[in-house]
Design a protein around this ligand. Structure first.
Ligand SMILES: Cc1cc2nc3c(=O)[nH]c(=O)nc-3n(C[C@H](O)[C@H](O)[C@H](O)COP(=O)(O)OP(=O)(O)OC[C@H]3O[C@@H](n4cnc5c(N)ncnc54)[C@H](O)[C@@H]3O)c2cc1C
Length: 445
């Protein structure tokens, strides 16, 4: 069977590429090595545990334009909820609450009012934050050229951000968006992200929450759409090598020895997986100068008898636990209901080897100290560790990120690590899949 386009990798970038090509009438085959789709935004339906659990808690924002388009296209927009305006509660180690609420005014007045009234920050820190925000509006092309060579930490130093502001505000924000520390990361990626969040529409800075798991939000609706459009999904088959001749790919060889061929190919795999594919050496050499290190994220899933907070999200200031999400009531296999809570520890390299018990105790200690809950005893716990959650986008890596078009005429790339201009996120992955699909569609006669 011959296809118009073969996509390798059933994460969000591959699914997004498949959706856009199928929408345009292409006959697509999507190849995924695992038995399930979703990649790093997948759901594990572990029968021994009895509850579906995501590989990690994810958070989205109103500025996720390509993601919203994906959800609308697959009829899954109702599976997420978007705040009318940015509204987040932060709690310090002593249990003091500080609400960041941006009133529903036209942008950027909502930010001035919201951050102006944010009691976590002192006047001096707010002035420094204002300096940072002002720098976002100044001559974007000159700024981007300069910031390309700098780390976020160097940019903070240049704009004289006080250490107290960096520790309580910037460090957790950078970890949440780019999953590493400011001294490791490219300033230009963070600059573009801040511009998108803060300078766009008011709801760009609103938080977007999942009402259900990744499988029901991203995978099932997309699978139905693709099957309805006549596309094929091949689960449990991995790419091992590419057959290339005269500057174009002729076929892909899969790990069961089978061969599959099409007019065009999209490789939507993480960078380190492409390195393992025989025949991809030439491709890899274009970005292999940089060090593609990755950084972990840990999610501690807890099910309590009683609710721990009415708020959907709480930021813990100055803690290794960055966010607590309350996910509502769920039915346990035993028949009783429980209140589902997740705790997120981003850029968690120092904690990745801790045991499940140590991580649970750490989270429970923070819940006691900050939320004043006495003796919280979870009914169930599940710790999810993702060692390679995202690549660390250093200035060197950012300079090497390849776009969707390669030197091989019918081979295209997608993935959160490619040159989307944004961090390695859901939005970056979905955007990259759309860009690869568009690159193919633009070449069609
Ligand atoms: C724990 C965690 C928390 C996160 N939190 C957030 C968040 O809050 N907000 C946010 O926006 N982003 C978040 N992210 C990032 C987001 O999940 C990723 O950026 C996105 O899912 C990456 O999608 P992708 O398609 O680029 O790659 P992947 O999801 O890695 O997809 C690649 C796919 O290719 C498959 N594959 C690999 N090798 C082969 C092969 N040889 N043949 C066939 N298939 C193969 C893999 O099995 C995988 O399914 C988080 C990530 C993690 C891990």
């Amino acid at each position: 069977m011959r296809f118009d386009t073969i996509i390798v990798g059933g994460g969000l970038s591959g699914l997004s590429a498949a959706l856009h090509l199928s929408r345009s009438g292409q006959r697509v085959a999507l190849i995924e090595r695992k038995r399930f789709l979703g990649g790093r935004a997948a759901t594990y339906d572990d029968h021994t545990f009895g509850l579906p659990v995501d590989n990690g808690q994810h958070l989205m924002m109103g500025c996720y334009e390509a993601t919203i388009e994906y959800l609308r296209l697959t009829g899954a927009l109702e599976k997420v909820s978007l705040q009318p305006t940015q509204d987040v509660m932060f709690v310090t180690g002593k249990g003091k609450k500080h609400r960041l609420y941006c009133p529903p005014l036209p942008a950027p007045l909502h930010l001035l009012a919201g951050y102006g009234g944010f009691s976590l920050l002192t006047i001096r820190e707010k002035i420094a934050l204002g300096r940072m925000l002002l720098s976002l509006v100044r001559s974007p092309s000159t700024q981007q050229n300069r910031l390309r060579h700098m780390t976020i930490a160097e940019w903070f130093a240049e704009l004289e951000q006080p250490l107290s502001l960096v520790e309580k505000f910037w460090d957790p924000l950078v970890a949440s968006i780019m999953n590493a520390a400011p001294h490791q990361l490219s300033a230009v990626v963070f600059y573009r992200t801040l511009r998108t969040i803060f300078l766009g529409h008011r709801q760009n800075s609103s938080l977007m929450f999942f009402k259900t798991d990744h499988q029901r939000t991203f995978v099932e609706p997309a699978t139905k759409y693709l099957e309805h459009k006549g596309s094929f999904i091949l689960n449990g088959k991995g790419l091992t090598s590419m057959k290339e001749r005269s500057g174009s790919v002729k076929a892909l060889i899969l790990d069961d020895g089978s061969e599959i061929s099409g007019e065009n190919y999209i490789i939507a795999l993480p960078e380190h997986e492409i390195r393992r594919v025989a025949g991809a050496e030439q491709l890899v050499s274009t970005w292999s100068e940089a060090r593609w290190d990755s950084s972990p994220i840990i999610t501690v899933n807890l099910w309590f008898e009683e609710p721990i907070s009415p708020l959907p999200i709480i930021g813990f200031v100055g803690a290794p636990v960055h966010w607590i999400f309350t996910r509502g009531e769920v039915q346990l296999p035993e028949g009783n209901t429980a209140h589902y809570v997740t705790a997120v520890l981003s850029a968690a390299d120092t904690l990745i080897d801790a045991t499940e018990q140590q991580l649970t105790n750490l989270v429970l200690r923070e819940i006691v100290a900050r939320l004043g809950i006495k003796n919280p005893r979870p009914l169930r716990v599940k710790v999810m560790k993702e060692k390679r959650a995202t690549y660390i986008l250093s200035p060197e890596v950012e300079a090497c990120r390849p776009g969707p078009i390669t030197s091989v005429s019918n081979l295209f790339l997608a993935g959160d690590w490619t040159a989307t201009g944004f961090p390695a996120t859901i939005e970056g992955a979905i955007l990259s899949g759309r860009s690869a699909a568009r690159a193919i569609l633009h070449r069609l006669p």
